[in-house]
Design a protein around this ligand. Structure first.
Ligand code: DLL
Length: 457
């Protein structure tokens, strides 16, 4: 017994990561530099625990598992997660608003919602412990950008139901940095503040970052006028050219932040200074990659849809959430010293969700808005452009022949009404153009609803 114990300890000492050998800053060395054996042992314990909690406290999971003849005891190894069903955005919507909570509602001290679902949004509930978890993972991520107490973080993510603003805020406060909760918009003011407050860290979506850079240039701001040290960006897809442009314009590294409302918000995975993928905080979020068509689990280095299980979330445990985001997992110790698995930047979606100015939009939401208006045909096309580095959404809509030949005044009225209805549905301003009946090309297969001219892939 003693021999086994000693050999285990020695084994640990040998496999334990010598993070200290690396000179990058690490927020939680113990969690971020574990050996693969250690992390898997921890994940298994936590997986057993979360499946039990979901089974015991969330009727939705209890019914789903019971119907499949599954019980928490079926998790004996990490691979056993494979037996359990996936959770989708639709499943979460079905139990709107609070049906996924695993604790009494009064223990939920904050809620956020995801935009971009047809019908009801997904509600994400956080207990006090969940907010601590969120702060912890975001503190780890911001530390990858070398953030410390001396830094001034200008957080341009929206504060509100969107998770971006608060997630970054909590992480920054945990570190003890100074946060400027400026939120999105007021672009000229952003630039003034960046200069006057000598912001050291900028947080934005890549598209807003490019826009900010352009306005900064117009205002005559140069990199010498700022004290920037790093940029954290995420919430939507970007290309390597976009990153290069952002880095060139601001003169500092831009690091990728990934997350989603259903799991916690930003802070599921963040990129270190090596900039070769994002470290998934896999002691809290268990990642898998599946083939989106067959749903077969794929191996390391294979590309497919990311599936996530929350291992420690108290208020709203989620088992095997299908993110629809396409990526690849890569194991092995990183040059930064961390052993946490890395995921490639997201290169696509396995559904038709678009992110427009950071907001998730589904074509079906637009269709839903159109169906509410008389005289409007459900023949439409969504065109996404980025003319001046800001996303613009145009919706071309066919009207019925009677309406199309009517007076201009009436046409304008309908156009405005459609714009209002769509804005109400998706939360974004759109430009509607009414087009002649039958002028939108009909396709023989799947209708081409979206023309995305942003070239994000
Ligand atoms: O976008 C959370 C977030 C806020 C992440 C701020 C990073 C920074 P949702 O609005 O629920 O949450 O959207 C989640 O956005 O499934 C991806 O499709 C996309 N997404 C998020 N981060 C990235 C990223 C937030 N770094 C959805 N790269 C996800 C590409 C991203 N896509």
């Amino acid at each position: 017994m003693l021999i086994i114990l000693i050999s285990k300890i020695i084994g640990r000492m040998i496999t334990r990561s010598p993070c200290k050998e690396f000179d990058s800053m690490i927020w939680n060395e113990k969690a971020e530099c574990m050996s693969r054996d250690e992390i898997e042992e921890l994940q298994l314990n936590r997986l057993q625990d979360v499946v039990q909690r979901a089974f015991d406290h969330v009727p939705y999971y209890n019914q789903k598992f019971t119907a499949l003849g599954l019980s928490p005891e079926d998790i004996q190894s990490l691979d056993d997660i494979n037996k359990f069903p996936f959770t989708t955005k639709d499943d979460l919507r079905e139990v709107y608003p609070f049906g996924m909570f695993a604790v009494p509602r009064k223990e939920i001290i904050e809620v956020h919602t995801s935009s971009g679902t047809t019908g009801k949004p997904v509600v994400s509930g956080y207990t006090k412990k969940d907010l601590e978890l969120w702060s912890e993972v975001m503190a780890r991520g911001l530390t990858m950008m070398d953030v410390n107490e001396d830094d001034i973080i200008q957080n341009t993510h929206g504060y509100g139901l969107f998770t971006g603003g608060f997630g970054v805020h909590y992480g920054a406060q945990k570190i003890g940095a100074t946060v400027i909760p400026i939120s999105t918009g007021q672009t000229r003011r952003q630039i003034e503040i960046m200069k006057d407050f000598q912001t050291t860290i900028m947080i934005f979506t890549p598209s807003y970052g490019l826009y900010l850079a352009e306005v900064a240039h117009e205002e005559g701001l140069t990199t010498e006028d700022t004290s920037l040290k790093a940029i954290g960006f995420g919430a939507e897809m970007w290309t390597s050219q976009m990153r290069k442009e952002i880095e060139r314009r601001f003169g500092v590294k831009a690091q990728n932040i990934y997350g989603l409302t259903e799991i916690i918000g930003p802070g599921v995975a963040v990129e270190c200074q090596e900039q070769r993928g994002l470290h998934v905080f896999e002691d809290h979020f268990y990642p898998e990659i599946i083939d989106p068509n067959s749903t077969q689990v794929l191996g390391a280095d294979e590309t497919g849809e990311l599936v996530l299980t929350t291992l420690t979330r108290e208020g709203m445990p989620i088992i095997r959430f299908r993110t629809k985001d396409i990526t690849t997992l890569r194991y092995g110790r990183c040059g930064c010293g961390r052993s946490l698995v890395k995921m490639d930047r997201i290169t696509g979606r396995s559904d038709d969700m678009l992110k427009v100015r950071g907001v998730a939009v589904f074509p079906s939401q637009i269709e839903k808005a159109l169906l509410k208006i008389e005289g409007v045909q459900p023949h439409y096309q969504i065109i996404v452009n980025r003319p001046h580095l800001m996303d613009e959404l145009e919706v071309r809509v066919e009207t019925s022949p009677e309406i199309f030949s009517d007076e201009v005044k009436e046409m304008v009225g309908i156009k405005n009404k459609i714009e209002d209805y769509i804005q109400n549905e998706i939360g974004l301003k759109v430009k509607v153009n009414l087009v002649e009946p039958k002028s939108i090309p009909r396709s023989e297969g799947k209708a081409v609803r979206v023309i995305d001219n942003r070239e994000l892939h």
